[in-house]
Design a protein. Sequence first.
Lengths: 200, 200, 200, 200
Amino acid sequence: MKPLSPSAERICVIAITHFAERGYDASSLNDIAVAAGMRKPSLYAHFASKDALFDAAWSMALASEQIYVESCFSEMADDETAGKRYTQLLCQRYQESPSLRFLLRTAFFPPVELRPIVSVGFEAYLERMSELFSASLVKSYPLLPGTEVAMFKDAYIAVIDSLHVELIYGNPQVFERRLSALWRMLGDSLKLATGEVGHG
Amino acid sequence: MKPLSPSAERICVIAITHFAERGYDASSLNDIAVAAGMRKPSLYAHFASKDALFDAAWSMALASEQIYVESCFSEMADDETAGKRYTQLLCQRYQESPSLRFLLRTAFFPPVELRPIVSVGFEAYLERMSELFSASLVKSYPLLPGTEVAMFKDAYIAVIDSLHVELIYGNPQVFERRLSALWRMLGDSLKLATGEVGHG
Amino acid sequence: MKPLSPSAERICVIAITHFAERGYDASSLNDIAVAAGMRKPSLYAHFASKDALFDAAWSMALASEQIYVESCFSEMADDETAGKRYTQLLCQRYQESPSLRFLLRTAFFPPVELRPIVSVGFEAYLERMSELFSASLVKSYPLLPGTEVAMFKDAYIAVIDSLHVELIYGNPQVFERRLSALWRMLGDSLKLATGEVGHG
Amino acid sequence: MKPLSPSAERICVIAITHFAERGYDASSLNDIAVAAGMRKPSLYAHFASKDALFDAAWSMALASEQIYVESCFSEMADDETAGKRYTQLLCQRYQESPSLRFLLRTAFFPPVELRPIVSVGFEAYLERMSELFSASLVKSYPLLPGTEVAMFKDAYIAVIDSLHVELIYGNPQVFERRLSALWRMLGDSLKLATGEVGHG
DNA sequence: CATGAATGAGACTTCATTCAT
DNA sequence: AATGAATGAAGTCTCATTCAT
């Protein structure tokens, strides 16, 4: 994982948008090269192969989104519902961040030969998110039993994935309805689970 | 949508598994033809182009899953929680039905030039599912206000999509946990929404 | 080793001349295709890869030369010195037969990945020649001890290889001098070995 | 033929092994550069082109083998059979000297555009060897007629070439048998040619 | 219906070479 | 003396498609 040269980084950024929009198979190195202001063979001065470029792009996108997630959760106000901020910003993030679009497309349907690399990275990404959520949850409801926390962790990731899908469908209005429906459910469940126990 | 000849149907079935596993771009007409026991050019006796084959495969898969969904909801017992049966069978269905795998992969990331066809069909598919769910919901809770029904419709599709994603990830154990977490939420929310009003 | 179609045979013949003149690495499928009156991708309707084409060309050239060798030895007159006719025709054969030129070039310096295939075939080719020689030798000198026959077999192949090299150098005049020098040696050695014993 | 810098010499040595093992076409400047501890463009600080590098490698290899041949013949004992020592050491020399392997490969199948350079050098190399042989032969058999000497010169080079081929085939056991068979022939011929005339 | 043969377009990749630094 | 970056040419190979048979 040595750091990339500036040119290599630029290529990576472009590759990310191509992979995000077209997928791995339908992305052409020629197009990526031209979009990066060079000719096809010049790519090979920076990356040994299409796979290697994909690897680098994957790492970069993953790192970028991981940082974003951290910042999202760390900026949380004390009285905020755990994990809500992230979901509220998600739609905008998706539209603004090719990295996120690339991440989702790739996590869902990775090129077969790169599946291992992809799934390891993405699972860590989701796992970190669920940890941030449950930490925040425990902070708000210290008395919540561990089994309940575990259940809500699963529920939160389920919610995230559901929102991801709606983002992919690409209808922002429906996204907002889904966001609200999911939080209604999650909120109700939390209410019942914590009742007088939690905040009280 | 004229009916397909037996040969054309066989080709479609094979194409569906290829598209499901590899995606449109990475599926080769040659492989499909050989898997169907013929040579590549023979495909053109049945379909005008790769796109046309995709179209037919898409229609067939959609029809197949629509029938399945109908049967799933129609066999529902009276005291069953609305839409639960479908989600419980989903994991097995996914593993057994290339059509469903094809549907999801394609709905999420359709080949650009076929996006319109795909999204129209898939939205109808989801819409029908949500109607079946809400009909069953209204039957169980006749007094539930319309706005609540609408909200639960959104929630149910959100749940389905979330489960879809977990199926794509491919870990059956996690699927079961997610399934239970989502129904816990949905159940809690229903409980609160209906209270004494509903079944009582 | 299924028989080749006429087109495939034509391509093979052309490939043989290309491989003979340029070697495997420097031969381009594009050039071969054009020389065969078609475009590059059309080759792949006949051969799965460059290696496969090479394989076929190798088999064809080997078979061709094996037949030639057989005919050469079978047409031998009774009072002829064993194996002489073949060496006398060799220069002309080399000039006329791309197969032989291909055989030698390839036997001497095969593409690394095809070395096994090549050496097996060529060793059989040489071995057959040495058997034909020794059979003819034994017929002329029935009393020659087995160890001597074995030695002359080695000597004959050594002579053949030496002539091959001179053919590759490409100077017909020098070839004739070498041919005569080698037969002088072989003849002298035979004279001493058989003496009054042989023809008696 | 200005003398090479130390770096250039080092590159040449490496190039010789690459050319010997792979041939001109299949040898990559990149590989050679890396093996020499530098990057491809750095080669151009030492050689103007691949051809120029080949030229230099060729000259170096030729010089190296010429020196070896001289030393081989000059160390000859008085009662030794002319030229025998060289052939006896040949197998070991071939295994130890990339230069010799390069020489043979290149002499047999030079890259087309370099054929003139190659053949001139190699013919001189063989010619020198045959002169050393005939000088030694004349020393042993002063009364041998000139025509006979000329014939034996041709025979000796023929023997050398035959041994070369066996070295290329790469079977040391067969090499020994061939070596002995060839000297049996050469010795018999010499015996008959000199008879009572020579040493006596 | 099926296919053998052909093909234009385009995929990834390697190569020898150049040039500014 | 060395190299990172770039590139035109060319390499092998795959693909969807067409057409005569």
